[in-house]
Design a protein around this ligand. Sequence first.
Ligand code: GLN
Length: 303
Amino acid sequence: MDIQNILDTITADMQAMPDKGQVADYIPQLACVDPNQFGMAVALPDGTVFTAGDANTPFSIQSVSKVFTLTLALGRFGDQLWTRVGREPSGQPFNSILQLEHERGIPRNPFINAGALAVTDAILTGYQPKELLGELLRFVQDCADDDSIVINNAVAHSETLHGDRNMALAHFMAAHGNLENRPELTCGTYFHQCALQMSCAQLARAGRYLTAHPDAPHMVSLQRVRRINALMLTCGHYDASGDFAYRVGLPGKSGVGGAILAIAPGKAAICAWSPGLNDYGNSKLGTRAMERFAHMTGWSVFG
Ligand code: GLN
């Protein structure tokens, strides 16, 4: 299969699309990103990377970081983590407060904001935020085998200044006894994890451990890889997760920076990035590109 040719074809098509979606503007630092960018990368388990378009331009990975914190949390707490957060699709926007009240401060899943805050809060306990962020950064660098990956403090600071909604979620969980650290500490740590800055090539390389291929870096057990993929498939795109599963047929996680990381188990990790978002807060062209990619390769978890 000519992966390079597939990426080049998709990239040319995406660059020609007139409607690129809306850049996230509730985080001012993200509002100034040029929406006319598109990149894509495919990392094979052995580390070989194919790239096209702006695949080496760093961007804010935002909610894709939730995959890495979940991996650390499951390593630390195993199934105990599920006392604090559920494993069901939410059918609600990523930043919704509504469901959290109904469900008494236990978020539906680890990929909506409330759930990700619970996960970050769990792994923060016993650490200083800086220590934990250092551990997270090293983990992501190890996964990608790339020490040049950094956290963009300007993006984290920008989100902190406009983080009222996430603070509300954290306070709400605290009121229900589902927060172990002070809301500003948990949110501050979470804003920094979201501000991890990576390119498509780096993010695809970092995702290789989720392919469970023997040549990929072995970061966690096979059972855990399968479970993380299951959550990505069912919850990774919020209230558009069903649609992503239907159209793409691969586990994926999106972020409001415009990235999507998808996993073709046993084959490759794929990253598409375009900053413009659709109505669900997922990359508009990134979603389309993944759909084309799955179609052209025939890769799917459904046979
Ligand atoms: N940092 C962002 C927020 O909490 C992440 C959201 C996302 O990428 N969907 O709003």
